[in-house]
Design a protein around this ligand. Structure first.
Ligand SMILES: CC(C)(COP(=O)(O)OP(=O)(O)OC[C@H]1O[C@@H](n2cnc3c(N)ncnc32)[C@H](O)[C@@H]1OP(=O)(O)O)[C@@H](O)C(=O)NCCC(=O)NCCS
Length: 182
């Protein structure tokens, strides 16, 4: 989906631009996906599972830009992709058309600067305008920073998915389900 860029001022005084992610960021996005998955155990992928070629990533980002059912928002600071948030419809059926799902991750060096709060605020506005009535998300148990962000942004805890993730060492983690009315 295409939408207007928005400038925000971070807690450290720098400016960050929230804008539609696009093929121009494909190379940065591959690096971002690999590096952010290695910076925290709270994301779904292992770094070695990021295997997109530049061309595949460019095509994916071009497709998202032209798809009215997906918001792919990049946060860009001094030309660098600091993070990305996706908001996408749950499924094509009419009975699911009211729901979308949110996912967000930033490089560690950009945590705690207010980017997450601004991205979810702007993303919620765009999602409501696009016609979705409810936003869902999952957060891994123990991810206190993300849980606090979601509570601050109005999400309500509604349940737990047992052992949602299983790590290579055999340990598992539950996932907390949350939603917000738009
Ligand atoms: C979760 C994440 C997106 C939060 O974004 P952020 O830009 O760091 O969040 P903000 O700076 O807007 O802070 C939002 C709230 O989070 C909480 N928070 C921020 N930093 C925190 C920290 N170091 N420890 C605990 N809580 C913290 C605070 O409640 C804060 O609200 P406040 O600013 O009013 O105090 C970011 O930390 C991240 O990318 N983490 C790794 C990937 C991840 O876990 N993604 C979510 C998967 S469900």
């Amino acid at each position: 989906m295409r939408f207007a860029e928005k400038e925000i001022v971070l807690k450290d005084g720098r400016t960050c631009v929230l804008k539609p992610n696009s093929p121009e960021y494909a190379e940065q996005m591959i690096k971002y996906l690999k590096e952010t998955s290695g910076e925290t155990e709270f994301l779904l992928r292992n770094p070695d599972e990021v295997k997109f070629t530049l061309e595949e990533e460019q095509n994916l980002l071009a497709g998202f830009l032209d798809n009215p059912g997906i918001i792919m928002m990049a946060a860009v600071v001094d030309g660098k992709v600091a993070g990305n948030m996706s908001i996408a419809g749950i499924g094509p059926q009419r009975r699911l058309a009211h729901r979308c799902s949110l996912a967000i991750a930033l490089y560690k060096e950009f945590w705690g600067l207010g980017i997450g709060t601004s991205m979810i605020g702007y993303g919620s506005e765009l999602a409501a305008k696009a016609g979705w009535k409810q936003m869902d998300l999952e957060v891994l148990a123990g991810n206190d920073q993300a849980y606090k962000l979601y509570k601050k942004c109005g999400f309500i805890e509604t349940g737990v998915r047992h052992n949602a993730l299983r790590y290579d060492d055999g340990t598992c983690r539950d996932e907390i389900l949350m939603y917000k009315e738009l």
